[in-house]
Design a protein around this ligand. Structure first.
Ligand code: 6GU
Length: 240
């Protein structure tokens, strides 16, 4: 997979090259390139923003600069264009799985009050554009949201995680939150690991994990339980 990120703060995205994703890049599992939006400015001040039509606070990013940048970065086979914005549709694990199947993603990071809407409308004539939000709160710009999205997608690419089962057993993979985990020692600060996990009875362990996942989801994210398809819960689940 090839990932391109256009931003006015290229250095902000450098942490993506560290740790897990850095190794994935070295091993050629995925590549990413960061582009400075100011390379496409037209004036000596290298201006990327201007005041909003209709008035109001803040600044809006200029369409000409973004248009030229995206023409160049999105050349060739049209990529999926992702525009992070608090006004977007929610980014979810399902979206992450969808993106992990694509050969190329381009991210357009907006700052200020956003990007002139015509940039998105124009790009939509040539490619699928997703305006996505990572949650119900407001960040200063799209850069941190892009880091979140790229990390969520990259770990799903074949070979990035040491153990592919880690991705299969994630929270959300079955629509539930994951329950608690334990490692040695058996007793720590007088707190014991649940007996069933040391029983060697794999059917009992699976059932126990399922019950804890259901309990936790009911407690913390009842909205997720309500959204499960009808056949997602068995008789035993419903008893809980
Ligand atoms: Cl994707 N961008 C910004 N700027 N703020 C956000 C967001 C994205 N998602 C939640 N808040």
């Amino acid at each position: 997979m090839q990932v391109d990120i256009v931003t006015i703060f290229p250095e902000y995205l450098e942490p993506l090259r560290a740790a897990l994703l850095g190794r994935a890049i070295e091993r050629g599992l995925f590549q990413f390139q960061v582009h400075d939006l100011r390379n496409w400015t037209h004036d000596v001040h290298r201006a990327v923003d201007d005041s909003p039509y209709g008035g109001g606070p803040g600044m809006v990013m200029k369409p000409q600069v973004w248009g030229d940048a995206l023409d160049e970065v999105c050349a060739g086979e049209p990529p999926r264009l992702v525009v992070p914005t608090p006004a977007g549709v929610p980014f979810t694990q399902a979206k992450a799985r969808e993106y992990a199947q694509l050969p190329r993603l381009v991210f357009a990071c907006g700052r200020y009050e956003g990007i002139d809407q015509r940039v998105i409308d124009d790009a939509s004539r040539r490619m699928q554009v997703d305006e996505v939000s990572i949650g119900d709160y407001v960040l200063v710009g799209g850069e941190v949201a892009v880091m979140v999205i790229v990390e969520a997608v990259a770990r799903l690419l074949p070979g990035v995680l040491g153990n592919p089962k880690s991705a299969e057993q994630d929270s959300f993979s079955d629509g539930l939150l994951e329950g608690p985990s334990y490692t040695r020692p058996e007793v720590w600060r007088d707190l014991a690991v649940p007996d069933v996990l040391r029983s060697g009875n794999h059917a009992a362990i699976d059932r126990w994990r399922r019950d804890r996942a259901l309990e936790r989801t009911l407690d913390r994210r009842p909205d997720l339980l309500a959204a499960l398809p009808d056949d997602a819960l068995d008789q035993r689940d419903r008893a809980l």
